[in-house]
Structures are given as C-alpha cells and as structure tokens.
Design a protein around this ligand. Structure first.
Ligand SMILES: Cc1cc2nc3c(=O)[nH]c(=O)nc-3n(C[C@H](O)[C@H](O)[C@H](O)COP(=O)(O)OP(=O)(O)OC[C@H]3O[C@@H](n4cnc5c(N)ncnc54)[C@H](O)[C@@H]3O)c2cc1C
Length: 317
C-alpha cells in the first residue's frame, strides 16, 4: 500500500473546488511520505483533467451516478481502493464525505480523522488537525488502521496552480447496488455555492428584525461580494432566513475564507459553525458583543448604516 488517493467529487461535468484543494495538499504530503498522488472518480466526468491539478493516475468507475446513493457510491469507491491500494485517502467533508465516507471506512475496517482543517506529514505518517468542542481546541489525529482516511473541510487549502498535464485514467469495474431511489430533485433557488463549500459568506442575525429587511440588506451585500447567505438560528427561527441557511451547532459548519457577520452576537452555538473561517468581519453596534473576540476586523456601528455602504462600495469595484 502506498500513495495518496483523493476522492474527487464532481457536479454537472465539472470537478468541485475541493478536488483541487485536496490534490494540491496530497502532492505536498506525497513529497514527504512517498507514493503517487491518485484520484478516484465515480461517474462520468473528465477524469484525465485531474492531471493538471497534480494527479498522476485517476481510477474511474463510469456510469450514471447522478442520483446520489450512498451504498452505490461506497461500492464504487471500494472497488477503486482495491485497485489503487493507497496508504492514505482524502475526501471533502461535504455531504458525501459525511454520509458515504464513514461507510467506506467501516467496509475497509480502518479508521478516520473527520473534518480536519489541516494535514501534515510526520515520520512517514499523515497527521490531521481537527477542531473539537466547537473549535475551542484542536486535536492532532493519526489513524492507526490502513489506509488512513481523512475528511477535510472545504476551503482548508488553496487551489494548486494548474500544470497543463493530463493523468493516466484506469477504468475500474464495480458492481454498484443503489439502496434508494431518488423520486424528485429540487434545485435551490439560489445559484451561489452551498454554505458548507462557500469561500465567502455574509450572515445576518436577529437584529435584521424582518425577512424584508434581511432580503433588503443581507442578500444584496452577499451578492456584491459573490458570497452565499448565512444566518443565525435566531434569524432562522424568526423566519427571516431559510432553515438551510442556518450556521452553527444545529445548522451548517462552514469554513470560508471570508465570513461577514452582520448583527450577530457571537453565541457559542453560532461560533461552533463558523469559528474556523479564515477572515471574520463582525458588524455590531455593541462593542462588548462576544463576536468581536473572534473577529479579524470589527466594525462597531449600526448594520443598517454600514451594510448598504459596503454593498455599494463592493458593487463599484
Ligand atoms: C442547543 C442550541 C443550539 C443552538 N444552535 C444554534 C445554531 O446552530 N446557530 C446559531 O446561530 N445559534 C444557535 N443557537 C442559539 C444561540 O444560543 C443564540 O441565541 C443565537 O445565535 C443568537 O442569534 P443572534 O446573534 O442573531 O441574536 P442575538 O443574540 O439577539 O444578537 C443580536 C446582535 O445584534 C446586535 N445588533 C442589534 N441591532 C443591531 C444593529 N442595528 N446594527 C448592528 N448590530 C445590531 C446586538 O448588539 C446583538 O449582539 C442554539 C442554541 C441552543 C440552546
């Protein structure tokens, strides 16, 4: 067993940003721990393109996997792992990484470091760093089973510069049995990235006072910076934002490069979902609001004054 296998996800014929992030990191790790940088592709996607992002070999199970089914995905991944025989597997901690990946780990009889935000090589092993207890502490995790599996939060690593190379594609036969049937799929109204994968997020809190004001202040600001909209639970419970927009302990865990919190106090349950954001900008009229303890930049002012100005300024760029 050797090499690092990246489970590369794709949508509508294009690879997700996370595939590049993981391949870039895999190349760095492989330079220390040795072995090839490999990728696994399930379904019909331009597998050879992953060569430009650093994969030397791509194992592909072709077929119609458009309607996601965890059991079929695990069957396909398992066949690829048998063919590639990696010592380390990296996957994105999106919904597939949360749903299907633990089942693969169970089938392989190995262990997994979940939702890590950093990876490093140490003495020939890969060590993952994962936030615990709502991001209050970090644990360094090694996996004693083999292969060592890690799910990685999106936006944890930069994209590699495309090399223009193309990878050898190895077709893998797999017998995949779906255990569910998708009856209907509804696309979300918004075309922005899913919160868990978004690189930029603008969130609003209870202070918006109505869904009309949330729509008039938060959504235009998000649009002006190409961000996905998030919300505190108080804003969601009050009906200002949709449930799938909630960030936090009982909402989504996000890891963007930019998180703008507008009129959000910074309760521990909200921080649990966004604390690992790279740059946090807090807008709050209370200088004592706990969110300022975690903010990279703070603006102490009325969000109804500040946000429209920011929207205009960003829109003018
Ligand atoms: C089990 C459990 C799970 C929970 N899960 C979550 C979760 O997943 N996500 C989550 O967010 N919360 C969660 N909560 C709720 C959490 O404890 C807080 O109640 C919630 O995050 C508060 O939301 P908020 O910051 O919008 O509202 P508030 O705490 O009311 O804060 C509003 C903030 O806006 C500021 N403000 C008011 N007007 C303005 C203005 N005009 N301009 C600028 N600033 C202004 C105020 O100074 C204040 O800081 C959970 C709670 C429990 C018990």
């Amino acid at each position: 067993m050797s090499g690092i296998l990246v489970l590369a996800e794709h949508e509508d014929g294009s690879f997700k940003k996370s595939a590049g992030e993981l391949l870039g990191k895999a190349a760095q790790l492989a330079a220390s721990v040795g072995g090839d940088v490999m990728a696994a592709v399930v379904g019909d996607a331009p597998a050879a393109e992953l060569g430009a992002l650093g994969a030397t070999k791509v194992f592909q199970v072709s077929g119609d996997f458009a309607a996601y089914d965890a059991a079929a995905m695990v069957d396909a991944w398992h066949a690829i792992v048998q063919a590639a025989s990696p010592s380390v597997i990296l996957a994105s901690a999106g919904y597939v990484g949360k749903d299907a990946l633990p089942r693969l780990v169970a089938r392989l009889g190995t262990g997994m470091g979940s939702e890590v935000t950093d990876l490093r090589a140490d003495g020939g092993a890969v060590v993952g760093r994962r936030p615990m207890f709502a991001g209050k502490i970090y644990a360094d995790v090694t996996v004693t089973g083999s292969p060592a599996v890690f799910s990685v939060r999106p936006n944890s690593f930069p994209q590699p510069s495309p090399s223009g190379g193309s990878a050898e594609v190895v077709a893998v036969d797999a017998s995949c049995t779906a255990l569910t049937q998708v009856v209907e799929t509804k696309a979300p109204a918004s075309s922005t990235a899913d919160l868990t994968e978004a690189a930029r997020i603008v969130s609003g809190g209870r202070s918006l006072k109505s869904s009309e004001q949330f729509d008039a202040v938060i959504r235009p600001l998000a649009a002006s910076v190409g961000a996905t909209v998030g919300a505190s639970r108080a804003a969601v419970d009050a009906g200002y934002a949709a449930h799938n927009e909630q960030v936090g302990q009982t909402g989504k865990t996000v890891n963007p490069t930019l998180y703008i919190a507008c009129g959000i106090s910074g309760a521990i349950q909200h921080l649990a979902g966004m604390r690992t954001s790279k740059v946090i900008v807090a807008i709050n009229k209370d200088p004592e609001a706990p969110i300022f303890e975690h903010a990279t930049y703070g603006i102490v002012d009325d969000l109804f004054e500040v946000c429209p100005k920011l929207t205009k300024a960003f829109g003018d760029l």
